[in-house]
Design a protein around this ligand. Sequence first.
Ligand code: ZN
Length: 76
Amino acid sequence: MSHTVKCEIKCKEHNICFKSPIFFGTPGTFTSAITYGNIVSCPIGGEMIPCNKDNMRFQYRDDNGRVFHEEGKDTF
Ligand SMILES: [Zn+2]
Protein backbone atom coordinates (compact mmCIF):
# COMPACT_ATOMS: atom_id res chain seq x y z
CA MET A 1 0.00 0.00 0.00
CA SER A 2 1.28 3.44 -0.85
CA HIS A 3 -0.36 6.57 0.40
CA THR A 4 0.19 10.10 -0.64
CA VAL A 5 0.05 12.45 2.26
CA LYS A 6 -0.66 16.11 2.02
CA CYS A 7 -0.41 18.16 5.13
CA GLU A 8 -2.23 21.40 5.71
CA ILE A 9 -1.90 23.83 8.55
CA LYS A 10 -4.90 25.74 9.83
CA CYS A 11 -4.57 29.35 10.85
CA LYS A 12 -7.23 29.91 13.45
CA GLU A 13 -6.74 33.66 13.33
CA HIS A 14 -7.50 34.01 9.62
CA ASN A 15 -9.64 30.87 9.38
CA ILE A 16 -7.76 29.39 6.45
CA CYS A 17 -5.90 26.20 5.67
CA PHE A 18 -2.65 26.32 3.75
CA LYS A 19 -0.29 23.65 2.60
CA SER A 20 2.47 22.96 5.02
CA PRO A 21 5.95 23.91 3.78
CA ILE A 22 7.21 21.02 5.85
CA PHE A 23 7.01 17.65 4.20
CA PHE A 24 5.45 14.93 6.25
CA GLY A 25 5.79 11.61 4.52
CA THR A 26 4.16 9.45 7.10
CA PRO A 27 2.42 9.89 10.42
CA GLY A 28 5.69 8.70 11.91
CA THR A 29 7.62 11.63 10.53
CA PHE A 30 4.75 13.80 11.62
CA THR A 31 5.36 12.69 15.16
CA SER A 32 9.04 13.48 14.75
CA ALA A 33 8.18 16.93 13.46
CA ILE A 34 6.08 17.57 16.53
CA THR A 35 8.96 16.53 18.69
CA TYR A 36 11.19 19.09 17.05
CA GLY A 37 8.59 21.82 17.42
CA ASN A 38 8.26 23.07 13.85
CA ILE A 39 6.86 26.51 13.29
CA VAL A 40 5.40 27.84 10.04
CA SER A 41 4.37 31.34 9.08
CA CYS A 42 0.86 32.20 7.97
CA PRO A 43 0.73 33.19 4.26
CA ILE A 44 -1.75 35.96 5.03
CA GLY A 45 -0.68 37.57 8.25
CA GLY A 46 2.85 36.23 8.49
CA GLU A 47 2.41 35.32 12.12
CA MET A 48 4.23 32.27 13.37
CA ILE A 49 2.09 29.20 13.90
CA PRO A 50 3.41 26.24 15.86
CA CYS A 51 2.53 22.94 14.20
CA ASN A 52 0.55 20.86 16.59
CA LYS A 53 -2.13 18.25 16.44
CA ASP A 54 -4.91 20.76 16.85
CA ASN A 55 -4.26 22.72 13.69
CA MET A 56 -2.99 20.13 11.23
CA ARG A 57 -4.96 18.25 8.62
CA PHE A 58 -3.78 15.32 6.56
CA GLN A 59 -4.94 14.03 3.23
CA TYR A 60 -4.49 10.39 2.36
CA ARG A 61 -5.06 8.73 -0.96
CA ASP A 62 -5.36 4.98 -1.08
CA ASP A 63 -4.64 2.62 -3.96
CA ASN A 64 -8.20 3.01 -5.26
CA GLY A 65 -7.86 6.76 -5.52
CA ARG A 66 -10.16 7.47 -2.62
CA VAL A 67 -9.21 10.47 -0.55
CA PHE A 68 -9.36 10.60 3.20
CA HIS A 69 -8.99 13.59 5.42
CA GLU A 70 -7.82 13.29 8.93
CA GLU A 71 -7.61 16.01 11.49
CA GLY A 72 -4.75 15.93 13.89
CA LYS A 73 -5.31 13.31 16.51
CA ASP A 74 -3.71 12.16 19.68
CA THR A 75 -3.49 8.63 18.36
CA PHE A 76 -0.40 9.15 16.23
ZN1 ZN B 1 -2.98 33.84 9.88
